[in-house]
Every structure is written in C-alpha cells, then in structure tokens.
Design a protein around this ligand. Structure first.
Ligand code: FE2
Length: 262
C-alpha cells in the first residue's frame, strides 16, 4: 500500500481537476507514481472555494466508480484541505457536519496556512483543536513565507504535537532550489511527518512522489522514505504517527556587548 494524503484529484470542486477526464489522467499519474490510495482533499474555506463534506463524499463515490469503469487500480478516500479560519472548532462541534477529517479518522485534520504569514490566532486555534482531540497536519509549511524566514515557528507547533506535510514537488526540486533547500532543512530537523503530492493537474502539478522519494533516498537515506510512507499508511487507518522529537534551530549569535556594559 502506498498512500498520498493531499491532492486535488476530484473534478469540479476547486482549482484541481476540472473534468472526469482530468481526474482519470491524475489517477493514472498517481498509479505511475506507485500510489494505491489517495485521500482527496479539495480546498475548503480558502476564500475562493467552499466544499462541504456532503459534496466531497458524493464526488468521491462518483470518482471511484469512474476509476473502476476504466480499470485504474487506485482508491480515492475522502478528506479536505481546510484553510485556517477562526471558527473551525465550532464548525467541528456543529450538529450538521460540514467539515471532514482525513479519511474519517477521529483525529487527523489537514490545515492550510496563508502563504505570506502565520496569523496571530494560529497557536490558540491549534491548541483548541488539539483539546477537542484533533491532530492538525499543516499542509506544505515550506510554502509559507513566515516559516521559510523563521522555521522555528514550525518547530514550536511540532513540539506541541502538531504534524506537518511537505509537497513532493518541493522536495524533488520541481519548484525552485529555495523550496528544496527549506524542505531538506525542515526534514532534517524532524519537523516533517508526511510527503504528499498536492497534485492539481498532470501538466504542471502532478504527483511527483516517485521523484521526491528518489531524492530523499539519495540525499537523506532510505530510512526517511520508509518513515514517510509508513506514516501515510498509519494515517489512513487512524493509527498513531511516528514523530521523533523535533530539533531546535540554532539561534543567531547575539551581537557582542559594547564594552561589555549592556
Ligand atoms: Fe492542496
């Protein structure tokens, strides 16, 4: 079993696949990347797309039927990529459930931060979610400007039990050296628990998991690949994730005190 926990394979819900044909093409790309199961994670509450649980569930069924008809050996499971917003905890508590965890697990929630900053209420929100029994999985922290500038922001989250997922294309160097460099740094500080595709289409943003795992095998060692693959399998069945202690970042040396007086 080889699992991808973050992608936009379902058609017509967001900026991912736009038609059943595009879903099929993405599914074939996933299979070529050695993937057997994907958790589909359409955007939700990102200011552009709203995809309540019911529409995602329906599209998952339709997409699985399509894959069976075309004999594509891939299983799609339900999930969503939830953009950070203030009322997430209340919405999880609401009687009419609009939110989805990853594959209906009790705890795993895929959360997307804004690209440019980490909002001041993030820490509190993550804490409140954890108090409700959820385990937040931060999607592609390497793509957040504030985390790139100050990776210790992610360290503080992981230290408190939050998990994080890096995008395969970032690791594989398909975006830029900058993304590959920060990906390596975050992995080496034990801040990353999953690699996932965040695939949107086969032209520019495909699965790239094979290339990512090859790069990891080569640069960091096969034990890292096994760790990430095993974690994705654990996640879909709701088991605990292996999370080694995160390593803090060295502080920049303080400027020498002037004459030792201050
Ligand atoms: Fe995504």
């Amino acid at each position: 079993m080889n699992v991808d926990i973050h992608n936009h394979i379902l058609w017509g819900l967001d900026d991912g696949a736009q038609s059943p044909e595009e879903t099929l093409a993405l599914a074939r790309d996933a299979v070529q990347n050695g993937i057997t199961h994907v958790i589909a994670t359409p955007h939700h509450m990102d200011g552009k797309y709203e995809n309540p649980a019911s529409s995602i569930m329906q599209r998952v069924d339709e997409a699985n039927r399509l894959l069976t008809e075309h004999e594509v050996p891939l299983t799609i499971l339900p999930g969503m990529e939830l953009h950070l917003y203030g009322e997430i905890v209340q919405d999880f508590q609401a009687a009419k459930q609009t939110l989805l965890t990853l594959n209906h697990t009790q705890s795993y929630v895929l959360l997307e931060l804004p690209y440019d900053h980490v909002p001041a209420y993030t820490e509190r929100l993550l804490f409140d979610l954890q108090m409700e029994g959820y385990i937040p999985v931060i999607a592609h922290p390497e793509r957040n400007h504030a985390i790139r500038e100050r990776p210790s922001t992610l360290y503080r989250m992981v230290e408190r039990g939050v998990l994080a997922q890096i995008t395969a294309a970032s690791v594989a160097g398909k975006f830029s050296d900058k993304y590959q460099e920060i990906s390596r740094k975050l992995i080496e500080h034990n801040l990353i628990h999953f690699i996932a595709s965040d695939a949107h289409n086969v032209t520019r943003r495909g699965f790239a998991l094979k290339a990512a795992y090859e790069w990891i095998d080569h640069k960091l060692g096969q034990q890292y690949t096994r760790f990430f693959q095993e974690n994705a399998c654990r996640l879909i069945s709701g088991r605990d994730i292996a999370a080694p202690s995160p390593l803090p970042f060295e502080r920049k040396k303080k400027r020498k005190k002037f004459l030792g007086l201050f």
